[in-house]
Ligand binder design. Structure first.
Ligand code: VGL
Ligand code: ZN
Length: 191
């Protein structure tokens, strides 16, 4: 059954950017298919007055995670390039809290909580539960969910609103199990 959003909830939309969608620099298979689902959740959050957080991977051109710098990933989500833009169909409310992450060239950070002040902002707003969707399930979504739990929030993963990059087959399933064992709830349906 759908878990209805409340005003004290936050919806976190993780990295729905062109480079993570098919045709992008670091494509997540079917990554574009979550945009419609996520938009419905964003509208639902707007209707009840829940906090909406929209994050983006926002790397300098010399970020340490790039293969060009000895890192594991192709160059992606470079600040102010088309690949770093949000997917064109993503609904971007004026009232959302926009979080740019992994801006330090020397530090990888997958979690939206890392170095962004997000947990303080959510606590100030009285948030207790967070609902997470976006890309990629096995990296930034997982890291954001685990940090959310560590920060004391009740964490719900919106399963139809996320996809895994699956560098190794099964990574998505592994990520789900990790999140579940850490205390996250996996929500299978739309609001
Ligand atoms: C991500 C790999 C590298 C993500 C970001 O958003 O999941 N994955 N940078
Ligand atoms: Zn990145």
């Amino acid at each position: 059954m759908a878990d209805t959003l409340k005003p004290s909830d936050a919806l976190i939309v993780v990295d729905l950017q062109n480079d993570f969608c098919p045709g992008g620099a670091l494509p997540v298979p079917q990554g574009d298919q979550v945009v419609g689902v996520m938009n419905r959740w964003i509208r639902a959050a707007e209707r009840v007055g829940a906090v909406i957080v929209i994050s983006r991977d926002w790397h300098p051109p010399n970020h340490c995670s790039f293969e060009t710098e000895g890192g594991p990933w192709p160059v992606h989500c470079v600040q102010n390039t088309p690949g770093a833009e949000y997917h064109g169909d993503l609904h971007l409310p004026l009232c959302a809290l926009y979080v740019d992450k992994a801006r330090d060239p020397d530090r990888e950070s997958y979690s939206g909580f890392s170095g962004t002040g997000l947990s303080q902002a959510l606590r100030r707003s009285g948030v207790q539960r967070i609902f997470i969707g976006g890309l990629a399930l096995d990296y930034c979504v997982k890291a954001t969910a685990l940090d959310g739990l560590a920060e004391g929030f009740e964490v719900h993963l919106i399963l139809p609103a996320t996809r895994a990059v699956n560098v190794n087959p099964g990574d998505g399933t592994k990520a789900l199990n990790e999140m579940r064992s850490a205390g996250a709830m996996i929500q299978e349906d739309d609001p």
